[in-house]
Design a protein around this ligand. Structure first.
Ligand SMILES: C[S@@+](CC[C@H](N)C(=O)[O-])C[C@H]1O[C@@H](n2cnc3c(N)ncnc32)[C@H](O)[C@@H]1O
Length: 209
């Protein structure tokens, strides 16, 4: 059970030297060595590599992620982003991951930590209906698969204002997204869905899931 959350966890994390933060978070969450990828990843899928804690901190602070958000990591791996974003913000957090061993490991980890408000599903993100208020992508796919997933996210943006966050990934083909100025200290890029694709302004309260 993790008692350390929210502002207290953020303060402790930011008090650590930047070079120690990834290892500290992995120890806190019980994440050990990188597992091997399954051999049959479909074309366009990028293998597992965890996003740096710096980008996750930038995400939570700059978006900002709030307790009333539903945060979705598309290509969630072992769950580092989902679990840390949840602990820091209180948001309901969901991971969608195509590799079943990674999903099972993330589920076991969140259960061992006694987390509620966190979930992981095994699915191809290009093939399922999505919902949420904030979507996160750490370079999980490219080519036609990325185009298909952006189409799924656009379906959500027609129903509600959303935010899409990308690390090491350019979202060139999404005219329905408006890019914010990137923060100087991280490779995170934040996009708001534009007015017109949904009825409400992106700056309005994103509301509950
Ligand atoms: C670069 S890793 C990012 C992992 C995680 N977001 C993190 O930062 O810790 C990309 C992940 O996307 C997953 N992935 C690739 N294609 C996918 C798809 N079509 N649907 C769901 N997950 C996918 C991979 O298995 C891999 O775990």
């Amino acid at each position: 059970m993790i008692a350390l959350r929210g502002a207290e966890l953020l303060a402790l994390l930011t008090s650590l030297p930047v070079c120690d933060r990834d290892a500290w978070v992995d120890e806190l969450l019980g994440i050990e060595s990188l597992p091997p990828d399954v051999p049959d990843l479909p074309r366009g899928s990028v293998p597992y590599l965890p996003c740096g804690v710096e980008e996750i901190l930038a995400l939570v602070r700059e978006v900002p992620v709030r307790a009333e958000d539903t945060f979705v990591d598309l290509g969630s791996g072992l769950g580092r982003v989902v679990i840390l974003a949840h602990l820091l913000s209180g948001a309901t957090a969901l991971g969608v991951e195509i590799q079943d061993p990674l999903v099972r490991s993330a589920q076991e980890r969140s259960a061992a930590l006694g987390l509620t408000g966190v979930g992981f599903v095994c699915a191809n993100a290009a093939e399922i209906a999505l919902d949420g208020s904030i979507f996160f992508l750490y370079a999980p796919f490219n080519g036609a698969m990325l185009t298909a997933v952006l189409g799924r996210i656009a379906e959500v943006a027609r129903r509600r204002p959303i935010i899409v966050c990308a690390v090491d990934l350019e979202l060139h083909d999404a005219s329905w997204l408006q890019r914010r100025e990137p923060a100087r200290a991280s490779s995170l890029v934040v996009y708001d869905s534009v007015k017109g694709i949904s009825e409400r302004s992106p700056s309005a309260d994103r509301g509950s899931p």
